[in-house]
Design a protein around this ligand. Structure first.
Ligand code: PLP
Ligand code: LYS
Length: 449
């Protein structure tokens, strides 16, 4: 781990609230500390763009779920971001893991993540992914199609029935963009309640002796800031549990409501904290179960963004500033849609700050754009930055921990950025920057010079 004693001006330090990680502070010289480490120093040491991950913030958020919901089973959704260190942190915090590919599963197993606490998802799992899950004793496989029920049953070990959930589409629309709303019909995930598909799937699973049906699952969508859709989903899923009890006399012990809990990307944005699940979802679950005359299943949750999103900060360097004929000021940085495709994909909104120096200039509108060869490579369309922002300046984007590095691409062969973990004034490179040799190696070609 690198270490640092920062000699800024603590007396003039200002605490930064959400969307920054807890404890982040702006020093008198304009530098920002995250996890007690200077972002400017990390940018100097590792180049830009550089992603910074505050370990304490991620652990605090994971632990927050356990405290708010001590009887629930909480599985971190690895799709939001995964590396071996992060898998270890989640294990140490007592969370399970939700994975949705063979490689996510293999990475978790490689660091000894207990297979029994892993849930495998996917609307199109390969045979080798199912086999890997069965072989290592993955706790639950979430069944997503009729052929998969028979397929997994055939692969399962007769001596050790495979735990499964059936993914149900409850007909609830929620989430920040149509592309992430999976709780409604006419998308590729799960079995609909509406046309009886979910009931049929459950019946088929119950007829498979090598599968053990542990519960129902649903995932409504992502970046949901309102608890109401979850309450509606609880009512509908408990309705199905009640019918199952009547028809087949079965009682399912678990109910997985997926993830999707929203976070703040800008000052003042709403969040959906775990305390809201304790305050509203648990009582609704109890009430619905009482009405249906069934025992209350254990609540299972799969938050991804809400754990890792606020723990990440992206730091870029300004490469050019230009005023277009339209009069708009474009501030171009050395990253863009290759490390953060969310604005281009979903119109996602972020905040951005000049760091590393103080500016007395007036704040003026600016469009922060990336370096890729398309006009849609916009990171923050309507930012406000000092009028004197210039090439060489550093810009920081908080709330960058989720669905950025995990969705990063190699567009324009721009190397994927490094990730530096910070904690209590010390830091460690968790992922190094992608090198040209990594790119050439895939072709079996050595790097020149
Ligand atoms: C099945 C499932 N579970 C959990 C998640 C995690 O979602 P989020 O990161 O929004 O909490 C997702 C992605 O939205 C998902 O598809
Ligand atoms: N990538 C999406 C979230 C997808 C969630 C996966 N089910 C986003 O950034 O909002």
């Amino acid at each position: 781990m690198g270490e640092q004693v920062h000699d800024g001006h603590p007396a003039r330090a200002t605490r930064l609230g959400p969307p920054w990680p807890r404890g982040a502070a702006r020093l008198g010289d304009g530098d920002v500390l995250v996890g007690g480490v200077s972002l400017t120093e990390l940018a100097e040491a590792y180049g830009t763009p550089v992603y910074v991950l505050d370990e304490a913030e991620a652990r605090r958020r994971a632990a927050g779920y356990r405290t708010a919901l001590p009887d629930a089973s909480v599985h971190y959704a690895a799709k939001a971001f995964l590396c071996t260190s992060f898998a270890r942190w989640m294990d140490q915090e007592g969370l399970g893991l939700d994975v949705c590919s063979g490689n996510e599963l293999a990475l978790a197993l490689a660091v000894g993540f207990p297979a029994a606490r892993i849930i495998l998802h996917g609307n199109a799992k390969t045979e080798s992914e199912l086999l890997l899950a069965v072989k290592h004793g993955v706790g639950r496989v979430v069944l997503d199609s009729f052929p998969e029920i028979a397929h997994l049953a055939a692969l399962a070990d007769p001596a050790r029935p495979q735990g499964v959930y059936v993914r149900v589409v409850p007909g609830v629309a929620a989430g920040h963009h149509a592309a992430v709303r999976t709780g409604v019909d006419d998308q590729q995930f799960g079995f609909a309640l509406e046309d009886g598909g979910a009931l049929e799937a459950v019946e088929r699973v119950l007829d498979q002796p090598h599968l053990r049906l542990d519960g129902l699952h649903c995932h409504l969508g992502s970046q949901i800031t309102d608890i109401e859709p979850f309450l509606t989903a609880v009512g509908r899923l408990v309705g199905l549990l009640g019918r199952l009890r009547e028809r087949r006399g079965v009682t399912l012990p678990e109910l997985d409501l997926g993830g999707g809990h929203g976070i703040a990307y800008r000052v003042g944005d709403a969040e959906l904290p775990p305390e809201d699940f304790a305050a509203y979802v648990l009582p609704r679950l109890r009430a619905c179960c009482a009405e249906a005359g069934i025992p209350v299943p254990r609540l299972v949750l799969e938050p991804g963004r809400a754990i890792v999103g606020p723990a990440g900060v992206a730091v870029y360097r300004v490469l050019s500033v230009k005023v277009a004929a339209s009069g708009r000021r474009f501030v171009a940085v050395d990253g863009g849609m290759s490390d953060n495709p969310r604005p281009a994909l979903y119109g996602a909104e972020y905040s951005v700050q000049l760091i590393g120096r103080r500016s007395a200039a007036l704040m003026e509108p600016a469009r922060v754009v990336g370096r890729h060869c398309e006009a849609g490579d916009v990171l923050v369309p309507d930012a406000s930055l000092p009028a004197d922002v210039r090439p060489g300046d550093l810009l920081a984007v908080p709330a960058s921990g989720a669905y950025q590095l995990s969705m990063a691409s190699g567009y324009n062969l721009v190397a994927r950025p490094p990730l530096v973990g910070v904690r209590e004034g010390a830091w460690k490179v968790l992922l190094r920057r992608e090198a040209l040799s990594d790119i050439l190696e895939r072709e079996g070609v050595g790097a020149a010079g």
